[in-house]
Design a protein. Structure first.
Length: 223
C-alpha cells in the first residue's frame, strides 16, 4: 500500500495480518482477557483498536500530493515531549526525511538536515537507549542501508546528542540489505534484525555498545 500521508496516532492500531488457520480457531487456550472494551475475533487475545475515524487523535506529520511517504519510525526522548521521526521520501528513490516535534507530536518541524543518514530510500530503524550520555542527552541508534544508490551496506549509527549528530557508525553487512529493526538486549548488547540477500534472508547481528562507541571498524558478530 502506498502511504501518501503519515499520521501520528496516540494509540496503537493492531490488527490481524492474515487469516487464522483451523487449528488457531480451535485453540481454546487463546481466550480473550476479561474487561476489554473491544471485541475480539475467536482465538485472538490482542485488542483490535481502530481509531482511523477519530480525527481528534490524529496529527498530520507530512503530506505531499502524489508523493510516496511511508514506513515512519518514531522515538520519544527522555523529556517525554521531544519526538523524532524518520521515513523515506519516494519509493525506490529519494532521501530520508528527518523531523522533530517539541510538543509530544502535536506539531512537527520542517525536515531537518540529515546529511549523515544517507540511504537509497528504504525503511530505517531508530531507537533510544535506556542510559543517557555522559552529558545527559539521549543516546539514539539508527540502522539502514548506508548507500545513495543501492540497498547495501547495512550500518548502525550512534548519536549522543539527542539525534543532532551521528559521528559513530559500524558496518554490519556490506552486501545486499534492506529493512532493519534494532533493539537493546537484556545483556546490554545491541541486536539488529535485518533483511539481506535481496530480502530472501533475515539476518541477526549483535554487537556491544563499546564496539560501536570506541572502534567503528570492529566487525559485528553473527549470532
Amino acid at each position: 500500500m502506498h502511504l501518501r500521508t503519515i499520521t501520528a496516532l496516540s494509540l496503537l492500531l493492531i490488527s490481524p495480518s492474515f487469516a487464522q488457520t483451523k487449528l488457531q480457531k480451535a485453540d481454546v487456550t487463546l481466550t480473550p482477557p476479561k474487561n476489554l472494551k473491544t471485541k475480539l475475533p475467536p482465538g485472538y487475545t490482542i485488542p483490535i483498536v481502530d481509531i482511523s475515524g477519530e480525527t481528534q487523535r490524529q496529527v498530520i506529520v507530512d503530506r505531499e500530493k502524489g508523493q510516496y511517504l511511508g514506513h515512519p519510525t518514531t522515538v520519544l526522548l527522555e523529556d517525554n515531549k521531544t519526538m523524532l521521526t524518520v521515513y523515506p521520501k519516494g519509493h525506490g528513490r529519494g532521501a530520508i526525511v528527518y523531523k522533530r516535534s517539541n510538543d509530544a507530536g502535536l506539531t512537527w518541524s520542517e525536515p531537518a538536515p540529515a546529511d549523515a543518514l544517507i540511504e537509497p530510500t528504504c525503511q530505517a530503524g531508530l531507537i533510544r537507549l535506556a542510559k543517557l550520555s555522559a552529558a545527559g542527552h539521549a543516546r539514539l541508534l539508527f540502522t539502514n542501508p548506508a548507500s545513495t544508490t543501492s540497498r547495501t551496506h547495512m550500518t548502525i549509527r550512534l548519536s549522543e546528542d539527542d539525534g543532532r549528530s551521528w559521528p559513530r557508525s559500524l558496518l554490519l553487512e556490506a552486501g545486499s540489505s534492506g529493512y532493519s529493526s534494532p533493539a537493546e538486549l537484556a545483556d546490554g548488547r545491541i541486536g539488529v534484525l535485518f533483511e539481506r540477500a535481496r530480502s530472501r534472508e533475515i539476518a541477526f547481528r549483535a554487537i556491544s555498545l563499546e564496539q560501536l562507541t570506541l572502534d567503528e571498524k570492529t566487525p559485528a558478530v553473527d549470532r
